[in-house]
Design a protein around this ligand. Structure first.
Ligand SMILES: NC(=O)c1ccc[n+]([C@@H]2O[C@H](COP(=O)([O-])OP(=O)(O)OC[C@H]3O[C@@H](n4cnc5c(N)ncnc54)[C@H](OP(=O)(O)O)[C@@H]3O)[C@@H](O)[C@H]2O)c1
Length: 290
């Protein structure tokens, strides 16, 4: 089997690279943005038609939720146009395209877990660009796996716990919003479930999260506790911080469908966070390829 991984220096891609390391029957070509820009259609075509992967895992994304408000075109190019190109070439060579979307496609007003049947209504440019990315893929191929994930954490710096650990070193008292509720998702668990879904030949769009739910405030408190620190975490409302992007109030995704189909129980986010802290990668720099 041949796998192509894009955005290879990101958190999820790093976890995929590690999970494939021991597997000699799988040939992996993992390319960072410097080697393969997914918005560069010519380079994409060259790489995909030459390497001819069986499976393409797209880990490339524009994830700066606030930045997207002023960089709309860049966000749409990376989160929508690029995935569309990938789907087109994947279809051409009969490859499966695995792609990740977000809970921010929902507006957070449902007051219950979001299922795959719920109608998206993104509040931010980032959410809109990711939703259009899903549509771009679905319009090009039916050989896809799209997983909506939330609050991804793993090895790398584009996550809440890296930022929190930086703030904790500088300040004892930290204010964290208590009116944004979702589910922290561990890269290790996302990779395990994705690989199982691939092995089972699953196709379609699924919600893939750890179990449970929590506010950013609750998550931060739990993180401080298990890190053995004495920082004080105070709850504040979203309105306390003036951020360019609007974020949903309750955007927790239901993982029931994927759990049932794959006959698995996805660990609670607290269990995932404990494993992450034990692994000691929250302060680690990207394990970059190039
Ligand atoms: N992180 C989250 O909290 C979160 C939440 C919900 C959904 N997701 C989704 O989950 C997936 C994985 O996220 P992640 O946390 O692993 O993201 P990440 O750590 O930010 O990694 C994304 C990678 O994509 C690269 N990239 C950006 N533009 C590119 C381009 N034009 N061509 C190729 N590579 C490019 C980035 O490189 P540079 O760093 O050099 O720009 C980075 O290495 C993404 O689809 C993301 O939207 C993430």
């Amino acid at each position: 089997m041949k796998y192509l991984i894009t955005g290879a220096n990101g958190q999820l891609a790093t976890e995929f690279r590690k999970s494939f390391e021991a597997n000699t029957s799988i040939e992996v070509l993992a390319l960072s943005k410097d080697k393969l820009d997914i918005t560069d259609v010519k380079s994409l075509e060259d790489v995909i038609l030459n390497f001819k992967p069986n499976i393409i895992i797209n880990c490339a994304a524009y994830n700066d939720v606030d930045g997207a408000e002023s960089e709309r075109d860049i966000a749409f190019k990376i989160n929508c146009e690029g995935p569309g190109f990938l789907a087109k070439f994947a279809y051409k060579i009969g490859a499966l395209l695995v792609h990740y979307s977000t809970d921010y496609v929902f507006d957070g007003t449902k007051e219950d877990f979001y299922t795959e049947e719920d109608e998206p209504n993104p509040l931010s440019v980032y959410g809109k660009s990711k939703l259009e990315g899903e549509k771009a893929i679905i319009s090009e191929t039916d050989n896809y796996l799209i997983f909506r994930v939330s609050w991804v954490f793993g090895e790398g710096r584009q996550n809440f716990f890296y930022k929190l650990s930086q703030w904790m070193q500088k300040n004892r008292v930290i204010k964290i919003v208590s009116d944004q509720v979702s589910i922290p998702c561990y890269s290790e668990d996302i990779v395990k479930v994705t690989r199982r879904a691939i092995d089972k030949g699953l196709k379609g769009l699924f919600h893939l999260t750890n179990s449970g739910y929590a506010s950013r405030y609750e998550v931060a408190r739990f993180y401080v506790d298990i890190s053995g620190k004495d920082n004080l975490i105070l709850p504040v409302a979203t309105s306390y911080f003036k951020t360019p992007a609007q974020r949903p109030y309750f955007s927790a995704l239901s993982n029931k469908r994927i759990s049932k189909i794959l006959e698995i129980e996805i660990p609670h986010w607290k269990n995932a966070l404990e494993r992450y802290v034990k692994r000691g990668i929250q302060d680690k720099k990207y394990d970059t390829l190039f």
